[in-house]
Design a protein around this ligand. Structure first.
Ligand code: UT7
Length: 323
């Protein structure tokens, strides 16, 4: 059977770093509060002339180089983003042009912070059906563009960045020893929209809008929802959580990472955490964390990975893969 195998990983962060103390200069907050409640110390912020597609293109180039592929090989580009360059075309089509990739399939997936998990599942379906041979799955965001900089409950939480993987088909035996995507769980509950949303859009206000969140309500749902999806994805993959080498969570809040790990009996030393330096980069946070873990040598080929996320929608989900 065909499996979708990650053959390259890349990341991009804008050079400008904003510390908690920088934020405390113009909003009523403190480094102590942000660190204690979220684990965040700093975030990267894209300059006004750096669109999401630049970050995505840079992460994609790195992932292609690691995979030993060139833009000419790419036949599918899926970008998970909630901060596209333009209302249309899809940022994936813009990245296709910037990479110089040939005519192929390119579109965006909008599932907010769960976008990368959703996009991996979508790409997997293209690959196992033989519809793509070299797919780029990218999570890319300029979340700082959606901030209300007077709202201390949200503006301290988010950052910008991008992460990318190359997915290629390889034949497997149909067992959990195979490399590639082994299972996933995807969920959405549109009745919880009011907990986390942006108050603008092309067909309502005609504006981009600002992010609004009832943080403590979202927090309450996060640990329960994520844990359920993790268990469902592991069951679908046919593995137990003890077989997972690395948990790569969406990086929203260190307390959520810790809460999910505690609930599922996962040791903190098996969890990749980048929230301290990146903050919440929405759909980019999982591939960014993956890229960090690979770059520093913790995550190795052949290991079992479990990625999970929850975000606006509400949406949530998890994906299991062997690298
Ligand atoms: O990626 C999408 C998913 N998003 C998330 O998963 C985020 C989930 N939520 C969270 O991470 C947390 O709920 C927050 C970090 C947003 C907030 O932490 P909390 O422990 O839930 O605090 P809270 O909202 O209950 O607020 C506690 C207090 C409030 O003051 P009062 O009303 O008790 O006087 C807030 O006004 O903390 C205050 N507060 C702040 N104080 C200093 C809220 N934000 C700040 C701030 N600096 N930045």
């Amino acid at each position: 059977m065909l499996r979708s195998v990650v053959t390259g990983v890349g990341a991009a962060l804008p050079p400008d770093i904003v510390t908690n103390d920088d934020l405390a200069k113009f909003v009523d907050t403190s480094d102590a509060w942000i660190v204690e409640r979220t684990g965040i110390h700093a975030r990267h912020r894209a300059a006004a002339d750096m669109p999401t597609s630049d970050l995505a293109t840079s992460a994609a180039r790195q992932a292609l180089a690691v995979a030993g592929r060139s833009a000419a090989d790419v036949d599918l580009i899926i970008i998970a983003t909630t901060t596209p360059d333009l209302t249309f075309p899809a940022t994936a089509a813009i990245v296709q042009r910037k990479l110089g990739a040939p005519v192929g399939i390119a579109f965006d997936v909008q599932a907010v912070c769960s976008g990368f998990v959703y996009a991996m599942a979508v790409a997997d379906n293209f690959i196992v059906r033989g519809m793509a041979k070299c797919a780029l799955v990218i999570g890319a965001e300029t979340m700082t563009r959606l901030m209300d900089w007077t709202d201390r409950g949200t503006c301290v939480l988010f950052g910008d960045g991008a992460g990318a993987v190359v997915l290629e088909p390889m034949s497997g035996e149909g067992t959990t020893a195979d490399r590639g995507i082994l299972g996933f769980a995807l969920r959405a509950d549109g009745t919880k929209q009011d907990l986390l949303y942006v108050d603008g859009g092309p067909s309502t206000t005609g504006t981009v809008g600002k992010l609004r969140m009832q943080g403590n309500q979202v927090f309450r749902h996060a640990v329960v929802n994520i844990s359920e999806a993790v268990i469902a994805a592991a069951e679908q993959a046919g593995i137990t959580l003890s077989q997972v080498d690395w948990f790569i969570p969406h990086q929203a809040n260190q307390r959520i990472l810790d809460g999910v790990a505690r609930r599922l009996g996962i040791n903190a030393d098996r969890v990749i955490s980048t929230v301290a330096e990146h903050a919440n980069t929405s759909a980019a946070s999982i591939p960014l964390a993956l890229a960090c873990g690979v770059a520093d040598g913790r995550i190795k080929p052949g290991q079992m990975l479990l990625m999970e996320a929850m975000g606006g929608g509400l949406t949530w989900g998890a994906v299991v893969l062997r690298l």
